[in-house]
Design a protein around this ligand. Structure first.
Ligand SMILES: [Zn+2]
Length: 156
């Protein structure tokens, strides 16, 4: 399939991402958030201007804030010796992992207010391309989490 798509040709530009199947402990919202996280990695690898922007954003962070991300990523099992991996994951978690079960201010030792300020700053300077919409659109709710009575206004 990769050969048919031309991805094995010299100079080909593409990224293959995967997402877990739904199942116990992984609801539809979690899958949607995971997919956005992985799509952000796809953009990182295929859009050089985005990769360069992410690197500059990372390098402009205060040392203590980079350390917070690195400590979190270390706990998650990432190879912290790779700075590229650190800022690639930083952008994917900071902007595209909007689910407190996966990522929140406390895990990177920031206040909620500072984390929101970092997200806003990242988005403000981010190159304007298709990925931006995924950063700003609400995450779809899991159908199973929607109570029919909540939709009709009828009391449960
Ligand atoms: Zn990731």
């Amino acid at each position: 399939m990769l050969a048919r798509m031309g991805w094995l040709q010299p100079g080909a530009n593409g990224a293959l991402i995967t997402v877990s199947a739904s199942g116990e402990g992984l609801d539809a919202t979690m899958r949607a958030v995971t997919l956005r996280h992985e799509i952000a990695h796809g953009a990182f690898y295929t859009v050089p201007a985005y990769r360069a922007y992410t690197r500059r954003f990372w390098q402009a962070l205060p040392e203590s804030e980079r350390a917070g991300f690195i400590a979190f990523l270390d706990q998650q099992g990432y190879d912290t010796a790779s700075e590229t991996l650190m800022y690639n994951e930083m952008q994917a978690y900071l902007v595209f992992t909007q689910d407190r079960r996966f990522f929140n201010a406390q895990v990177v030792n920031l206040s909620d207010m500072r984390l929101e300020a970092l997200r806003a700053s990242f988005l403000n300077g981010m190159p304007d391309f298709w990925l931006r919409d995924l950063a700003t659109q609400p995450v779809p709710l899991a159908a199973i989490s929607i109570c029919p009575d909540a939709l009709t206004g009828n009391p449960a």
